[in-house]
Design a protein around this ligand. Structure first.
Ligand code: HEM
Length: 414
C-alpha cells in the first residue's frame, strides 16, 4: 500500500528524464494508488479508466485555467501554461461554452472524417516523397526524417503556412508544448525556462499577425484565409481569437501525430511479427494505430479545473482544484483491458487518447489517417528495418510523449 507521500513522490518522478524510456511501471503504481491529493495542494490526481471517464464527462469540471486556485509562482506541482502570450487570449482548448462552441464550430468542418478522407492521396504522396528521399542511404532517423515531416507538412498546407518557415515554427511549437507539462517545486531542474516559453508565445503570435495581414491581401484555399473571411464578416471571431486558434492548430499539428507515428513505428520495430503481418495485410494498420494510442499514448495526461465541488472515489475535490487525469495509466487499467501491458492490436479498444466529451480531439480523424498511411507505406516500402539503439532517446516533454531520435538501418527502400 503506497502512502500519500509516496504517491506524490511517484508523481514528481514522472518529470525525471531517466523515467522517459519506460514510464509505465510508474504509471501502474500511480494507478493503484489513485485517486489521490498532492499533499495539501489543490491538486488531485485521477488514474483509473472509470474515474478518468467520469471526470471527463462531468459537467462540474472546466478547462478554464483562470478558475484554478493555483497561480503561477505558487503552484507546487502543476503550474502549466499561464506563461504564454496565447494564454492572455486562450485558445478554445482552454475555453468553456459558449466561446468554446462558437470557435470550435468555425474550424470543425475542415476536420470532419469526410473532409479529411479526401486528403488521403496527398498524404500518401507526401509519405512516398519522404521515403524516396531516404532511399539512397542505408540508415535514417525514423523521427526527424520520417514521422516528423508528414504531419508538419499537412498542417502547414491546411493552415496556409509557408513550409519555408517550418524550422522557426517548430522551435516555438516545441517550447509551447512544454506548457502542457506538469512541473514541481521539488524538481525545478526539469522545467522549461519560462522566459523562453513566453517569448515563443509572443513570437508565434507576431508571426500569425504578419501572415494574417499577408493572407488578407492575397487569400488562398486554406483555413487561415477562411478564418480571416469569418473575422471580416462580423461578430464570428475576434482578431485575438483568430490568432490563438491558428497557434492552437499549429502546435497540435506539430506535437502530437509525430509522436503517434514514431511510437507506432517503434512498437512495430520491436515486434517484427506485427510488422510482417502489416506488410502482408495493410488493413491491419488502423488497429495498430488504435493500440498505439492506448499502449503508448502521444498525450499522457489531461488536466481539468473543478468548477464546483465533486467526489472521485474517496477523494473530495473542491472548487478550484486542479484535476490531473493520467490517461497513460488509465489506458493500462486491468479492470478494462485484459493483459494491459501487452501490445495487442486485436483487442477491443476503449482508449481515452483523444480525450472525451466537448473537447474530444478535433484532429483525431486527421491523426488517424496520417498514421495509418505512414505505417502502411513504411511496412510496404522499407525492407528489413532494424533499430540501431533501443530504447531511443526521448524528447524532454512529459505530457506529449515521443522519441526525439530513432536511428534505424534498412536493406532497401522499394
Ligand atoms: C484536443 C490528443 C492530433 C487538434 C485534444 C485532446 C486530446 C488530443 C487528448 C483533448 C484535450 C482536453 O480534453 O483537454 C491528440 C492526439 C493526437 C492529436 C493523441 C495525435 C495522435 C491533433 C491534430 C490536430 C489536433 C493533428 C489538428 C491539427 C486538436 C484541437 C483540440 C484537441 C483543436 C481542442 C479541441 C477542443 O478543445 O474542443 N487532442 N490530438 N489534434 N486536438 Fe488533438
Amino acid at each position: 500500500m503506497t502512502t500519500a507521500e509516496e504517491s506524490t513522490a511517484d508523481y514528481v518522478r514522472l518529470l525525471d528524464p531517466a523515467v522517459r524510456p519506460n514510464p509505465y511501471p510508474l504509471f501502474a503504481r500511480l494507478r493503484e494508488a489513485g485517486p489521490f491529493r498532492i499533499g495539501t495542494a489543490p491538486v488531485v490526481v485521477v488514474t483509473s479508466h472509470a474515474d478518468c471517464t467520469a471526470v471527463l464527462r462531468d459537467p462540474r469540471v472546466s478547462v478554464d485555467r483562470s478558475l484554478a486556485k493555483l497561480q503561477l509562482g505558487s503552484m507546487p506541482i502543476y503550474d502549466a501554461a499561464k506563461t504564454t502570450a496565447a494564454q492572455a487570449k486562450p485558445s478554445f482548448l482552454f475555453l468553456d461554452p459558449p466561446d468554446h462552441t462558437r470557435l470550435r464550430r468555425l474550424v470543425s468542418k475542415a476536420f470532419t472524417p469526410r473532409v479529411v478522407q479526401r486528403l488521403e492521396p496527398r498524404i500518401t504522396e507526401i509519405v512516398d516523397d519522404i521515403l524516396d528521399k531516404r532511399s539512397a542511404a542505408g540508415t535514417f532517423d525514423a523521427v526527424t526524417e520520417f514521422a516528423y515531416p508528414l504531419p508538419v507538412t499537412v498542417i502547414c498546407e491546411l493552415l496556409g503556412v509557408p513550409l519555408a518557415d517550418e524550422a522557426q515554427l517548430s522551435h516555438w511549437s516545441s517550447l509551447l508544448a512544454r506548457t502542457l507539462d506538469p512541473t514541481s517545486r521539488q524538481a525545478t531542474e526539469f522545467r522549461a525556462d519560462p522566459a523562453q516559453v513566453q517569448r515563443a508565445g509572443t513570437e508565434l503570435s507576431t508571426y500569425f499577425e504578419r501572415l494574417t495581414e499577408h493572407r488578407r491581401a492575397t487569400p488562398g484555399p486554406d483555413l487561415l484565409s477562411e478564418l480571416i473571411a469569418a473575422e471580416d464578416a462580423g461578430d464570428m471571431l475576434t482578431h485575438e481569437e483568430l490568432i490563438s486558434t491558428c497557434a492552437l492548430l499549429l502546435v497540435a499539428g506539430h506535437e502530437t501525430t509525430v509522436n503517434l507515428i514514431a511510437n507506432a513505428t517503434l512498437a512495430l520495430l520491436r515486434r517484427p511479427d506485427e510488422l510482417a503481418a502489416l506488410r502482408a495485410n495493410p488493413e491491419r494498420a488502423q488497429a495498430i494505430v488504435e493500440e498505439t494510442l492506448r499502449f503508448d499514448p502521444p498525450v499522457q495526461l489531461i488536466p481539468r479545473i473543478a468548477a464546483d465541488d465533486l467526489t472521485v472515489g474517496d477523494i473530495d475535490i473542491r472548487r478550484g482544484d486542479l484535476v490531473v487525469m493520467l490517461i497513460a495509466a488509465a489506458q493500462r487499467d486491468p479492470a478494462v483491458f485484459t493483459d494491459p501491458d501487452r501490445f495487442d492490436p486485436s483487442r477491443d479498444n476503449r482508449h481515452l487518447a483523444f480525450g472525451l466529451g466537448a473537447h474530444f480531439c478535433l484532429g483525431a480523424p486527421l491523426a488517424r489517417l496520417e498514421a495509418r498511411v505512414a505505417l502502411t507505406r513504411f511496412a510496404h516500402r522499407v525492407e528489413a528495418p532494424r533499430l540501431i539503439t533501443d530504447p531511443p532517446v526521448y524528447r524532454e516533454h512529459v505530457n506529449l510523449r515521443g522519441p526525439a531520435h530513432m536511428p534505424l538501418e534498412f536493406s532497401a527502400i522499394l
